[in-house]
Design a protein around this ligand. Structure first.
Ligand code: UDP
Ligand code: MG
Length: 316
């Protein structure tokens, strides 16, 4: 029998010193108790706190842990992509956040579904223990994305999932620069199934996803998986042309039959500002796609791995 693990648990970490010990305890207990051969891949996304030292120490003393260090902060989605490029599991990969919002113990339940023939078993948040505004924003975003996306992206599911090795390999092959992994995971296809769970509060420390990053992720979801925004521009353009033609007809009728000249300064200002806005918005929408092309054609590596500790040995 091969020594390779059946399952890799991949965890991106960015300044998570406060939570590291409880994370390690939970993961080690899971590995001790499980019948599966499991190994963990921790990815440091350019942390500046003790996370790096803790990861080095752990991977040196416990060979079930591999620690991968990126050369700087690349962001959660790229850290996850780096983890995917390092997997060695024969069967499947469990993706979790480092803050224990996603209980790793769900692995057993996910694995049962995986064995039932599902390549992707994704977690669906049944409840979130987060602020009202954050919950409302998430709700709105997932529903909008579902409406406008050209692939079926499940509602209320994040990156927390068990993914077969072949799907992870497929995702690694996708060299797209602006990554929205939950969308790419859906795009791959195969049989996928959701399992509901209650999303916990972060165990310690603060969110490492500032609003700007969340917005970037949301934009990546929308602009990478939907052509709706561009279609919207054409629709707006067409509608305004129609409206102005109607208005022209109305003015001519008024002039010819009732000898009235058009009037209305306020109407004029309103029209100018409205269409100025529509045009800027349209340029902005086009810009979003162009930015993505711009970064894609550079063809830079997605992330840089500076060091790796695997089987207690340092590589690179
Ligand atoms: N994370 C990361 N790089 C970043 C930001 C976050 O690797 O630039 C990690 C973070 O350490 C955590 C996971 O991504 O393990 C999810 O981040 P967080 O819990 O802060 O996001 P939230 O749950 O608040 O959306
Ligand atoms: Mg979190």
């Amino acid at each position: 029998m091969s020594d390779l693990p059946q399952v890799n648990i991949v965890v991106p970490l960015y300044n998570e010193e406060e939570i590291f010990n409880s994370l390690q305890l939970r993961l080690s207990k899971l590995m001790d108790d499980s019948k599966l051969r499991i190994s963990v891949i921790l990815v440091d996304d350019g942390s500046s706190d003790k996370t790096v030292a803790l990861m080095e120490e752990l991977a040196m003393k416990d060979q079930r842990y591999t620690s991968v260090f990126l050369s700087r902060n690349f962001g959660h989605q790229l850290a996850l992509s780096a983890a995917f490029s390092c997997v060695n599991a024969t069967e499947a990969i469990l993706v979790i956040d480092g803050d224990l919002q996603d209980p790793p113990e769900l692995l057993e339940e996910f694995y049962t579904q995986f064995k039932n023939g599902y390549d992707v078993v994704y977690a669906v948040r049944h409840k979130r223990k987060e602020s009202f505004i954050k919950k409302a924003a998430y709700n709105l975003f997932y529903r909008l994305l579902k409406k406008i996306s050209y692939i079926e992206i499940p509602l209320d599911s994040g990156d927390f999932s068990l993914i077969s090795r072949r799907v992870v390999d497929n995702i690694v092959e996708m060299k797209e620069e602006s990554r929205f992994i939950r969308g790419m995971r859906s795009w791959v296809g195969y049989k996928q199934i959701g399992v509901t769970y209650e999303r916990q509060k972060r165990e310690a420390g603060d969110s490492k996803y500032p609003f700007s990053q969340l917005l970037k992720l949301a934009f990546n979801g929308i602009f990478n998986f939907s052509e709706f925004p561009v279609k919207l521009i054409s629709f707006l353009g067409l509608s305004t042309v129609m409206i102005s033609l109607c208005y022209l007809a109305y003015t001519i009728v008024k002039l010819v039959f009732f000898q009235q000249v058009p009037e209305g300064f306020t109407g004029l200002i309103f029209t100018i500002t409205l269409f100025g806005g529509v045009q800027l918005l349209s340029i902005g929408i086009l810009g979003e796609y162009i930015i993505r092309i711009f970064f894609q054609v550079k063809n830079r590596p997605l992330f840089i791995i500076k060091k790796q500790i695997h089987n207690g040995k340092t590589i690179l």
